[in-house]
Design a protein around this ligand. Structure first.
Ligand SMILES: C[S@@+](CC[C@H](N)C(=O)[O-])C[C@H]1O[C@@H](n2cnc3c(N)ncnc32)[C@H](O)[C@@H]1O
Length: 251
């Protein structure tokens, strides 16, 4: 990433986090830390992973940071501020966040109230194992599936596949259980932080990268894996999983 693009991304963190001031000091500080410290957010834009997607569903959305990020990106691009070498900014018609914890949904609703009022965003409290995903052309699941057992993960992935339009994309970030020490560090940090945030966990349900890829391929996705833990001690991988476009003559 060029120095100018890196500076743009830092400015965008401040813009995307600003609405969380209305949701309290914790929400605001958390937004700045997560958006600035997690390489996935800048990479999504720099690599155009959501460019052109109209209906995005964010499963396990937390306090709605992905929505805040995409809205800030769209706004910056409209004002003519966009790195020349990046693909076009995402301009989704609607982003729907689904989140287990009601207090996170409340923060998202409070921070992003204008977009919720305008129908550009919505947040629902619910368990991904039961929630309706609606129809989407992109589904994003960042660091969420491993909280439920493998069979439940597979059921979620099958319902994601069914919710996606032909040509749809799933962005699934996972921890690679085959990655040794960096994986054990991320797993430990995740367990402690998630317990502190009020979840009652007994264990996390992880698998090696090759198993994730095989699971998605069996569901009909074409999968590319991109390391996604730059600047962190973790073993995170972004799986970019595409469904085929509808064959000519088929609906
Ligand atoms: C590590 S956080 C990631 C948040 C967000 N995806 C991000 O990257 O900023 C995991 C989120 O998944 C949520 N979550 C865990 N189990 C869930 C479930 N069964 N259904 C919906 N959300 C869940 C947690 O409450 C938490 O907000």
């Amino acid at each position: 990433m060029t120095a100018a693009a890196a500076q743009f991304a830092r400015d965008l963190v401040l813009q995307a986090a600003a609405p969380y001031r209305q949701a309290g000091r914790y929400a605001w500080h958390f937004a700045r830390g997560k958006l600035g410290g997690d390489p996935a957010f800048a990479a999504l834009l720099a690599e155009g992973l959501l460019t052109g997607r109209q209906r995005i569903v964010d499963i396990g959305c937390g306090q709605g940071l992905l929505t805040a990020w995409l809205l800030a990106a769209q706004d910056a691009s409209r004002r003519g501020r966009w790195p020349a070498q990046w693909p076009a900014a995402p301009a989704p018609a609607h982003i729907h966040g689904i989140e287990l914890m009601q207090h996170d949904v409340d923060r998202a609703d409070r921070a992003l109230a204008p977009a919720v009022r305008d129908g550009r965003a919505s947040f629902t409290a619910g368990d991904m194992c039961a929630a309706d995903f609606g129809r989407a052309d992109a589904v994003v699941i960042l660091d969420v599936l491993h909280y439920v057992p493998i069979a439940a993960q597979d059921a979620v992935l099958a319902r994601v596949r069914d919710a996606l339009q032909p040509g749809g994309v799933l962005l699934l970030r996972i921890g690679d259980a085959g990655a040794g020490l960096p994986f054990r560090i991320s797993n430990w940090v995740d367990f402690v932080v998630t317990t502190l945030r009020g979840h009652r966990l007994t264990k996390l349900f992880c698998r090696p990268l090759a198993q994730w890829q095989a699971t998605l391929a069996a569901l009909g996705f074409t999968v590319q894996a991109q390391p996604m833990s730059d600047g962190t001690p973790f073993a995170n991988v972004m799986l970019v999983a595409h469904l085929p476009h509808a064959a000519a003559g088929k609906i």
